[in-house]
Design a protein around this ligand. Structure first.
Ligand SMILES: Cc1ncc(COP(=O)(O)O)c(C=O)c1O
Length: 452
């Protein structure tokens, strides 16, 4: 793993607490916020950010925190990555917006070319660009329905696909995402996920797929299914890695049934799991792929990429939007992709796994509250339970996450039961910082969780 972003002028790659957290300036901003920002918008951290770079976030009081969150899997290439900053500066100075539907430009085309090359499969592809992950998923559903002339969309337990009306229907968890926001879109059918830690012991991926397929065939009917939409590793649902064989069996069923296999790679994409896309770990070639988050180093951009004949089944004007594929976001994406390729950030993600996974497994040996350690690349998690059971312990998970924040390490939680502590470091994080964050995690567990 390389220690990047140590050039002068960038943020010092260190954990350094100079006030209590939150410090006085963060507290002042919190009180301004209370009078201005809708209370429905929450924040994980109590601090307000002033700068960020590489693997470090600096708050308005001068505290430096180690980033194990990447703004929820976005700054894979590092925060304010120099290559991205340069590309954005140049593009902002040239033009900021024309609307691709009015005055097209090269950046949009070049991002689509990159996506068509990088996503799994060497078939002919086409892409379209949007603003957010949810918007990309909505468009995947539109395209799948138009191309197949069918309406049913299959989704999974624990799935997260966004917060718009259609994507709320696709998302599994009620609180906080759906509660009170219905009625939801129709023709969405939910089936069980392969969740090795919570499935019957020994259940294979093929068996879990057969369980899902049997429900699809009996309750929906194969001929009605436009698409099977799945996160190859579930994100918000708790970094659930399906048992080997599950994804290929579903993809095979789609091929046999005339349904489209739609991989939501919004959280797993762009080198996060140690490959460009998580579908690659099992050689799965989706018909449609949604991407966002890590694609543009922090600028808002999302995409739908798919088989040319599927994407082009939609009439001209059927896809689009004012800002989709904004030129500044496209410039950032091209710089991000170039940096990922040049610095082999997929390899960096695998190196992060090689450092973190043994440490998390050693921690699991020492405490009875870690029921499962899982993930791939730099998308790793521990699931917290009451000792000797699989009963989720969300309260302890929150307490541990907050204790990490207090020690200057940014961690996030996830999971249907709120009991998963997840780690998403920027792929450029230095080895020393990563080791220091793991030392903090060890100390926090030692303080808050009983040893075996
Ligand atoms: C797998 C997945 N799909 C869709 C989304 C929604 O993306 P956005 O928040 O950009 O709308 C997310 C966001 O966390 C996600 O993880």
């Amino acid at each position: 793993m390389t220690d990047l972003l140590t050039e002068p002028g960038t943020v010092a790659q260190e954990r350094r607490l100079v006030t209590e957290l939150p410090g006085p300036r963060s507290r002042e901003l919190a009180s301004r916020r209370a009078g201005a920002v809708a209370s429905a918008v929450g924040s994980t951290l109590p601090i307000y950010v002033e700068r960020a770079g590489g693997g470090v976030v600096v708050d308005v009081d001068g505290n430096s925190l180690i980033d194990l969150g990447s703004g929820i899997a976005v700054t894979n290439v590092g925060n304010a990555a120099p290559e991205v900053v340069d590309a954005v500066r140049a593009q902002v100075a040239a033009f900021t917006h024309t609307c691709f539907m009015v005055g097209p430009y090269e950046g949009y085309v070049a991002v689509c070319e990159e996506l068509n090359r990088l996503t799994p499969g060497d078939h002919e592809k086409r892409s379209a660009l949007f603003n957010s992950g949810a918007e990309a998923v909505e468009n995947a559903v539109k395209v799948a329905r138009q191309a197949t002339k069918r309406s049913a969309i299959i989704v999974f337990d624990h799935a997260y696909h966004g917060r718009t009306n259609l994507t709320m229907a696709l998302t599994a968890k009620n609180m906080p995402y759906k509660n009170g926001f219905g009625p939801f879109a129709s023709e969405i059918y939910r089936v069980p996920m392969s969740y090795p830690f919570r499935d019957e012991p020994g259940m294979t991926g093929e068996q879990a797929a057969a369980r899902a397929i049997s429900l699809i065939e009996t309750q929906v009917g194969a001929a009605n299914v436009a698409g099977v939409l799945i996160e190859p590793i579930q994100g918000e649902g708790g970094f659930v890695v399906p048992a080997p064989g599950f994804l290929p069996a579903l993809a095979d069923w789609c091929r046999r049934s005339g349904a489209l296999f739609i991989a939501d790679e919004i959280q797993t994409g762009f080198c996060r799991t140690g490959q460009w896309f998580a579908s690659e770990h099992e050689g799965v070639v989706p018909d449609l792929v949604t991407t966002a988050k890590g694609i543009a180093g922090g600028l808002p951009l999302a995409a739908l990429t798919g088989r040319a004949e599927v994407m082009d089944a939609v009439h001209t004007g059927g896809l689009g939007g004012t800002y989709g594929g904004n030129p500044v976001a496209c410039a950032a994406a091209l710089a991000t992709i170039r940096t990922m390729r040049e610095r082999d950030l997929a390899g960096a993600a695998r190196a992060i796994e090689a450092t973190m996974l043994p440490r998390l497994k050693a921690l699991q040996e020492r405490t009875a509250v870690i029921g499962d350690v899982r993930g791939r690349g730099a998308m790793l998690a521990v699931e917290l339970v009451r000792p000797g059971t699989t009963e989720p312990d969300a309260e302890l998970t929150n307490r541990i996450s907050k204790a990490c924040h207090a020690q200057g390490v940014i961690t996030l939680t996830a999971g249907t039961f709120g009991n998963v502590l997840r780690f998403l470091p920027p792929l450029v994080i230095g080895q020393d910082l990563l080791t220091e964050a793991l030392d903090v995690l060890d100390a926090v567990f030692a303080e808050h969780a009983p040893a075996r």
